[in-house]
Ligand binder design. Structure first.
Ligand code: UD1
Ligand code: CA
Length: 458
């Protein structure tokens, strides 16, 4: 293969989105559209990727970082004008240049590869990726001559009734001979309904100069969907969700209701794991084999082992081992780490806490800023009192300790190995190894007291 360069068009404001967020930063399945595009382009081993930025340039750059070079389009005068901004970086290079719109999040590496292959095989100076659209409104139409070859692209707004009837559309992805592209761009004018410099005009310019242009039609219109408004955004979300879920199912994950399961593009799931409805898995979460997740669970940026169960619960930025049992209705907050065989039961909140192997907090507890050893049993209603209104303090519960129900552990405090805290205690001082702490008032029974305060009617 020759050298491949890529230009991503991402400078537009996206007026039709009616949004404060720049169009290409709108997420699809949790990831900004333009990042999906760059992920797929990265699969092509390009020599260089140049993203054209304008509206929201700093935000787009912050999102993509050093995965791309950038060229600034200060005024958005059209897609041809956008590509011209890459001149300083690309003009004169030997090879082909892919141009992809930042608002086509579903485009896939394999399709772009086929486009490049077709382009090389035909020896064309420009190859357009086209698709058949049942409803082509809004897209540029591919106009072919009597011999079937492409002559030009006409924008929807500039098209005649007859041209609008054409269902073959310009997907906005092209492969150009790099030198021919920058030569042709010099001749693009803005004499059209929108007064913009259209990149598709390059096709007609090359054709008229006697160069060969070609089209490669993809089977899947859906992959080329351009997101211009929120209706298309929801459509892209639905298609991307279906694609991601299908990949997991084909790889051995059971998804009970794919329409109602939301998995981010970077999530990894092991085989024989079952995902129940209403589950949202996002970020770079990884889940092992034979797990049960959901119904109605949210897991973000977590690493989860094998055979773990997370029912009706939320877990964020945490490490969760194997054979762990979470929920229903548990909340695992960031920077927590649960070793194997841990149990976090209903209405338990964990924050920045580590649990050693086999430890349990089965009911109604808050464990924050804590180091819990292995085989610890935390009774119902235990609270680590970690905050004095100003600073946070650490609670340490060593291996084998037993914390009785409804205890307050006032941090900083340590319950040493094998120690026992009696139910209802408020612990302020270290509990030594193997000893029992009881810190509550003794019970007093006042005989016949009720009779005195609530005399019964004679
Ligand atoms: C464009 C094509 C159309 C094609 C469709 C496919 C043109 C003139 N039309 O139309 O033939 O069917 O895509 O989805 O190219 N952009 C810039 N700078 C600009 C203008 C646009 O960077 O000055 C970027 C936008 O951010 C966007 C992309 O280029 O990511 C496409 O622009 P958009 O306005 O969405 O073009 P369409 O009307 O969809
Ligand atoms: Ca568009």
């Amino acid at each position: 293969m020759t050298n491949i360069y890529a230009v991503i068009l991402a400078a537009g404001q996206g007026t039709r989105m009616k949004s404060k967020l720049y169009k290409v930063l709108h997420p699809v399945c949790g990831k900004p559209m333009v990042e999906h595009v760059i992920d797929q382009i990265s699969g092509l081993h390009t020599k260089q990727i140049v993203t054209i930025v304008g509206h929201g340039a700093e935000k787009v750059k912050a999102q993509l970082g050093d995965r791309s070079a950038y060229a600034l389009q200060e005024e958005q005068l059209g897609t041809a004008h956008a590509v011209i901004q890459a001149r300083a970086l690309l003009e004169g290079k030997e090879g082909c240049t892919l141009v992809v719109c930042g608002d086509t999040p579903l485009i896939q590496t394999s399709t772009m590869e086929s486009l490049v292959r077709h382009h090389e095989k035909t020896g064309a100076k420009a190859t357009i990726l086209t698709a058949h659209a049942e409803n082509p409104a809004g897209y540029g139409r591919i106009i072919r001559g009597a011999d079937g070859s492409v002559t030009r692209i006409v924008e929807h707004k500039d098209a005649s009734e007859q041209e609008r009837a054409v269902k073959e559309i310009n997907t906005g992805t092209y492969c150009f001979d790099n030198k021919a592209l920058f030569d042709a761009l010099k001749h693009v004018s803005n004499e059209n309904v929108q007064g913009e410099y259209y990149l598709p005009d390059v096709i007609e310019i090359l054709k008229e100069a006697g160069e060969m242009v070609s089209a490669y039609q993809t089977e899947s219109f859906e992959e080329t969907l351009g997101v211009n408004d929120r209706v298309a955004l929801s459509e892209a979300e639905r298609l991307m969700r279906a694609r991601i879920n299908e990949q997991h199912m084909r790889a051995g994950v059971t998804i009970i209701d794919p329409q109602n399961t939301y998995i981010g593009p970077d999530v990894v799931i092991g085989s024989d794991t079952v995902i129940h409805p209403g589950t949202v898995l996002s970020g770079s979460t990884s889940i092992g084999e034979d797990c049960i997740i959901g119904p109605n669970s949210e897991v973000r940026e977590c690493e989860v082992g094998n055979r773990t169960v997370i029912r009706q619960s939320a877990a964020f930025d945490s490490q969760i081992g194997s054979d762990v049992n979470i929920g229903p209705f548990a909340h695992i907050r960031p920077q927590s780490s649960l070793a194997d065989d841990v149990k976090i039961g209903n209405f338990v909140e964990i924050k920045k806490a580590s649990f050693g192997k086999g430890s349990k907090a089965s009911h109604l507890s808050y464990i924050g800023d804590a180091e819990v050893g292995s085989s610890v049993n935390i009774g119902c209603g235990t609270i680590t009192v970690n905050y004095n209104g100003k600073d946070k303090f650490l609670t340490t519960i060593e291996d084998g300790a037993f914390i009785g129900c409804n205890s307050n552990l006032i941090a900083p405090v340590t319950v040493k190995k094998g120690a026992y805290v009696a139910a209802g205690s408020t612990i302020t001082d270290e509990v030594p190894e193997e000893s029992m702490a009881i810190a509550r008032a003794r019970q007093v029974n006042k005989e016949n007291y009720v009779q005195k305060i609530l005399p019964k009617n004679e």
